[in-house]
Design a protein around this ligand. Structure first.
Ligand code: FAD
Length: 280
């Protein structure tokens, strides 16, 4: 659910109209309906003019999903994950990458998928591709929900404060902020003041605000917000899967489909036109 003041709602209505209705059904809501769908917003109802509700939308814990997926791949599909292993260079021969050279040794391969997040541009020159990817720092805070709390039941975005929230069982997670801070992922309690104030105004009894679990990360942003896929010209066996910005988890399954089709050199299930890597 996205909700906001009249002016913001007007612009959200226009910008969201590019989403195909078939897959992304949207219902405009008045304040009365908002609090019927999520009663926990009752005490904040005078703060917004209306909302856009997407019943097909959802939210989840990306970390839990990723860890469980990795475990499934390792135990059921025979995938080997090498953790705490840093790729320092690439070994090449002609138009092929032959191995990744890591702090734990040489790892040979036939096909390589480049998915290094904000650090990918460091390899761009070697790969012969243009990677306009910049680290944009964001913050999230997760708080426990007890029996006495009136936590949100539907994930949402406060468009006036640019604060997003979601409930994961007995926890509430709130995320916000886009900052140019280089590659630093450090954080201090003051960094969360704005988002916690906005959250308290929405859900005064929403969670245990006295037990915040703080986190900060870097979004691999591109100037136009689109991810980058495809093969560069220099190496025939390297496929990019990069630049997913603030929507990397949302786009992960679709991106994996595109990349898998590229690695297999089959007709892509989705057309990646407009998102293909540029050679330099
Ligand atoms: C505060 C915040 C909130 C967010 N909220 C959402 C959300 O609600 N929904 C959503 O869809 N997305 C969200 N995102 C965005 C999402 O986290 C990113 O888009 C996604 O993580 C990008 O995935 P990635 O695999 O490209 O990069 P990363 O997740 O950064 O993974 C890249 C990996 O490559 C590794 N790596 C880099 N260099 C090397 C090297 N030389 N050797 C070995 N390994 C290396 C890194 O250690 C890292 O593990 C959020 C991000 C932030 C910061």
């Amino acid at each position: 659910m996205i909700w906001a003041s009249v002016k913001r709602l007007f612009f959200i209505g226009i910008s969201s109209s590019i989403l195909p209705r078939k897959f992304y059904f949207r219902i405009p809501l008045t304040t009365g309906w908002i609090t019927r769908i999520d009663p926990s917003l009752s005490s904040a109802r005078e703060k917004f003019a209306g909302a856009i509700y997407c019943p097909t939308d959802g939210s989840g814990d990306a970390r839990m999903f990723t860890r469980n997926l990795a475990e499934y791949c390792a135990t059921q599909l025979g995938v080997t994950f090498l953790y705490d292993t840093e790729i320092r260079d690439l070994e090449t021969s002609g138009d092929r990458i032959t191995a990744a050279l890591t702090n734990k040794g040489r790892i040979a391969g036939n096909e390589f998928v480049v998915c290094l997040g904000v650090f990918a541009p460091r390899f761009a020159r070697k790969l012969g591709v243009s990677l306009p990817i910049y680290p944009i720092k964001g913050y999230s805070v997760t708080m426990p929900i007890g029996d006495k709390h009136q936590a949100p039941t539907v994930g949402g975005v406060d468009e006036d404060n640019l604060v997003a929230y979601a409930r994961f069982g007995n926890r509430m997670r709130v995320t916000a902020t886009a900052e140019f801070a280089g590659f630093s992922k450090t954080h201090k309690p003051q960094d969360f003041t704005h988002m916690l104030r906005a959250t308290r105004e929405l859900f005064p009894q929403g969670a245990d605000f006295g037990q915040p679990d703080y986190w900060a990360g870097l979004r691999p942003m591109t100037p136009d917000g689109l991810p980058i896929f495809g093969r560069g010209k220099r190496f025939a066996n390297a496929v990019m899967n990069l630049g997913h910005g603030h929507m990397g988890w949302t786009m992960s399954a679709g991106s994996a489909r595109i990349v898998a089709d590229m690695v297999k050199r089959t007709e892509p299930a989705f057309n990646p036109e407009g998102m293909l890597v540029k050679a330099v």
